[in-house]
Design a protein. Structure first.
Length: 528
């Protein structure tokens, strides 16, 4: 009977094992059904290796690099880590510089650029600034540009220029991916004195971006936005954020943009009087493409040294457009062109003037232009500009009583008959509409014409009346740059002896009025 007991125990053991196995398999299936979550990495630490065959994605953080092999200073590429300083020549000791930046990593925390420029002779600093609160999308790029204002380099001095493109990450120790670049150059400048407000001179022009870079790329110190390729703006957080409490965190404009130092902070770092931006466009951009102004336009002018009050205006040669001041601060002027402004023509290559009270004027020149408000008006054609047919002799040309039409009359007596006309080819008066006679911005949009030539046709014992020419008309001949009037004539022959057509005389006449409808700048004549 003992074997039977052993068999029973064995059977119970096998059943227990089977139940355990079933529970184990069911538990395993439930575990497989649950989502797997990677363990969270510790703060300020590299993520731990993944466990249980789960894959942990690497952290996506900006990896900002200078994409160009060097920094362009005064129009010359100065390579990184060169043992011999590169000589940079410029007529001004405020030498501009620029370098292209690119995010070769992923998205993530914002970054801050640190720029330092020191003299190698005495270690004096001419530039020491941080630009913060910046982000770039993966693969995006833009060109960092500085117009050199306020550097005041010393000719013959060698400078060391360093740029840390991931300064905020280094400082916060979130991820150690900082890139520190260094170049050396010797300034050869000052063939003309450094620019000062109100002194004629030449503003340094930024170097053109290489092909393929962002169209909006580039900035100047103190500008409100930094255009780029789909960047976003995020306020800095975490350790080190207190260093950026004065940064302007503006929303990007259309096409993207990242924040820059606000005007007050920029002026604290560099107080040189200047215009940095107009309507958000940096001075470098304005020097290349400019802005179109017109009555009603608002000018939001940011810069430094404007003082507590003053005047602002646009000017090109002898043409000046006054600005109405809405608000005035030392670093910010808001002005407007009067909506009702008239009597000013279109003009280009204008200069924006900010004239502080009791201080030199601050200017920004460039290809900006002014377009006057338009109106359509009726004008008489100037008698002195006309080219008149010799048919029937020199005409009498005058203006209508209201001054809005030109009246042309002919009345000459011939013996015995008027000059014969094969056709009306020679019966044409004209007025030029080319740029030598028309002011810029005007366009002919219509003509008013009235034929007042006698239309009597008769033949009796005393007289004979004949109309010369089949029609009278006025037209704008654009291809010939002229307004042409084809006129009719009238011959009235008086017979000296009843029924006899010899030995009499003829009165040869013609009369018409013409005016032109012109669209152009309000309040000024279209004619030179």
């Amino acid at each position: 009977m003992q074997p039977i007991k052993n068999v029973r125990l064995a059977t119970q053991g096998i059943a227990a094992v089977m139940l355990f196995g079933i529970a184990f398999v069911a538990g395993a299936e439930q575990m497989r059904a649950l989502p797997r979550t990677a363990p969270a990495p510790a703060v300020n630490a590299v993520p731990a290796p993944a466990k249980s065959n789960a894959v942990l994605a690497p952290a996506l953080v900006p990896n900002i690099v200078i994409d160009g092999g060097g920094i362009t200073i005064g129009g010359k590429l100065v390579p990184f880590n060169s043992a011999t300083p590169v000589s940079v020549s410029s007529s001004s000791c405020n030498i501009p510089f620029q370098f292209p930046l690119k995010n070769t990593g992923g998205k993530g925390l914002g970054f801050t650029i640190s720029m330092k420029m020191k003299s190698e002779q005495n270690q004096s600093s001419v530039l020491d600034t941080n630009l913060g609160g910046l982000t770039l999308a993966p693969g995006a790029s833009y060109t960092e540009t500085h117009n050199g204002s306020g550097l005041n380099l010393v000719s013959g001095t060698t400078y060391n220029f360093t740029v840390d493109t991931d300064f905020e990450h280094n400082m916060r120790k979130d991820v150690s991916r900082g890139h520190i670049y260094s170049v050396r150059f010797t300034a050869n400048c000052g063939s003309t004195p450094p620019l000062t407000p109100g002194t004629p001179g030449t503003t340094p022009t930024p170097v053109q971006r290489p092909p393929g870079q962002s169209m909006g790329g580039g900035l100047r110190m103190g500008s409100a936005l930094r255009p780029g390729s789909q960047p976003s703006v995020q306020p800095p957080q975490g350790r080190g954020a207190e260093k950026h409490s004065t940064l302007a965190h503006a929303q990007p404009s259309q096409g993207g943009g990242v924040a820059m130092l606000n005007p007050d902070v920029a002026c604290a770092n560099n107080s040189t009087p200047r215009i940095s931006t107009i309507n958000g466009k940096k001075s470098a951009t304005l020097l290349q493409s400019g802005i179109l102004f017109q009555p009603g336009s608002k000018l939001d002018i940011a810069g430094c040294g404007f003082g507590p009050g003053g005047q602002a205006y646009l000017n090109a040669g002898d043409r000046t457009v006054p600005l109405k001041i809405d608000s005035w601060k030392d670093s910010h002027v808001v002005a407007k062109i009067d909506d009702a402004l008239g009597g000013v023509p279109d003009f280009g290559m204008l200069t924006v003037y900010v004239k502080p009270n009791s201080a030199p004027v601050i200017t920004l020149a460039g290809p900006s232009s002014f377009r006057a408000a338009r109106e359509t008006a009726q004008w008489a054609l100037p008698p002195a500009l006309g080219k008149y047919s010799k048919v029937y002799g020199a005409p009498k040309v005058s203006l209508s009583p209201d001054g809005k039409s030109t009246v042309v009359e002919r009345n000459t007596r011939y013996t015995p008959f008027c000059p014969a006309q094969k056709d009306q080819t020679e019966m044409v008066d004209s007025w030029p509409t080319d740029s030598a006679h028309f002011n810029q911005g005007f366009e002919v949009v219509g003509l008013n014409f009235q034929n007042m030539t006698d239309q009597l046709v008769n033949d009796d014992m005393n007289s004979q009346g004949v109309v010369v020419g089949s029609e009278a008309r006025a037209q704008h001949e654009k291809s010939k740059n002229r307004i042409a009037v084809t006129f009719q004539g009238h011959s009235s022959y008086s017979k000296l002896q009843g029924g006899v057509e010899d030995n009499g005389y003829s009165d040869c006449t013609s009369r018409y009025s013409v005016s032109v409808k012109i669209t152009g700048p309000r309040g000024i004549s279209p004619f030179k």
